[in-house]
Design a protein around this ligand. Structure first.
Ligand code: KDO
Length: 329
């Protein structure tokens, strides 16, 4: 009878669907980053992969692409939005290109230290700002990692005590308006350049310096082609481990949970390793013969904060957000 055949047909297709789910290919998660292999945010990616495998065996295939070999620096958000890339570690600067409110996290001398950073993003501030990224960019932020505190790293022996001492200094910055704004706010003459080009540009003298956290100066070997480190502490920088919304939406609840937990484990590994190493590196670089010194940090702070507060950028910041960030203890 017709109903018999219908029941049989349904049972068969049910079995097929179950079989497919069982034998389904793992979900591919390709991660693209400009990071070099010995930097902490590169080393945390195998941790993510292992922790995910533990929690969801056989369900994911994590592929790690370092040195901007898959997508060039800064191209990752658009690639995720188009469905061409599943994962990346994006910066506040990347996000600010599409969501001006996020430029608040590109401002120098706002986030005080790694602990303050963790607390700000774990608070309702983080929840609100992450939601903007989900709603407006279709990107799911999984976890925030500490990229380190950015310092100036220069060639030559010009002594830098105040922003005025950076006048005319060709300072490499990553390529975006908010990065260039930061370089200018420091008093330098900022030049946009991809991360992968810094070493050669320093070596040939095409630039006078660059800014990055000390663990990155070590990992990318910039100490080989520079003479000094000026400890400005100008930006407590963050990196956001993120997933394309189209991928996130394909996951079931258990898989979402597994991905979130693996991301937390990865950034915890990064943060611990980076914070410990950062404490030691100034002394290590001094021992290698670099000149390492603290400028008039208050002069830099005043100059940079004034530049931001007087800028159009700060007009886009959510009302009361600076005060709320400052109030996080
Ligand atoms: C850089 O280009 O200086 C920077 O530190 C910017 C960060 O947002 C991030 O892209 C980082 O490079 C790369 O991950 C390389 O460490």
């Amino acid at each position: 009878s017709l109903s018999r055949r219908l029941v049989l047909g349904l049972a068969l297709s049910g079995a097929l669907a179950a079989g497919q789910a069982f034998a389904a290919d793992p979900i591919k998660l390709r991660i693209s980053t400009p990071a070099v292999d010995s930097d902490w945010h590169a080393k945390m990616l195998p941790v993510f992969k292992e922790e995910l495998e533990k929690r969801a065996p056989g369900q994911f295939d994590v592929e790690i692409h370092l040195n901007a070999t898959l997508f060039k620096q800064g191209a990752e958000p658009a690639a995720m939005q188009r469905g061409n890339l599943e994962m990346a570690m994006i910066s506040a600067f990347d996000i600010a290109k599409q969501i001006p409110e996020w430029s608040i996290f590109t401002a120098g001398y706002l986030i005080r230290d790694p602990e303050h950073q963790q607390k700000v993003f774990a608070s309702d501030i983080g929840q609100e700002m992450y939601k903007l990224v989900e709603d407006k960019m279709g990107i799911k932020i999984l976890a925030v990692g500490y990229l380190g505190t950015r310092q100036l790293n220069l060639r030559g022996d010009r002594e830098v005590k105040t922003p005025a001492d950076l006048a005319g200094v060709k300072l490499r910055m990553p390529s975006s308006d908010t990065w260039l704004f930061l370089g200018k706010a420091l008093g330098a003459n900022p030049l946009p350049l991809a991360f992968g080009e810094i070493y050669t540009a320093l070596q040939t003298g095409a630039i006078d310096g660059q800014d990055n956290p000390l663990p990155t100066v070590r990992a990318a070997k910039f100490y080989e082609v520079t003479n000094q480190i000026v400890l400005t502490d100008h930006l407590v920088d963050a990196i956001f481990l993120s997933l394309a919304g189209s991928t996130w939406n394909k996951l079931d609840d258990k898989q979402k949970q597994a991905v979130l937990e693996a991301a937390q484990a990865a950034v915890a590994f990064n943060n611990e390793g980076r914070i410990n190493e950062e404490r030691q590196l100034a002394a290590d670089f001094a021992q290698m013969g670099l000149k390492v010194y603290r400028p008039d940090v208050e002069a830099f702070r005043a100059h940079v904060q004034k530049a931001y507060l007087e800028s159009d950028l700060s007009k886009t910041w959510p009302k009361g957000m600076v005060e709320r960030i400052n109030a996080v203890k």
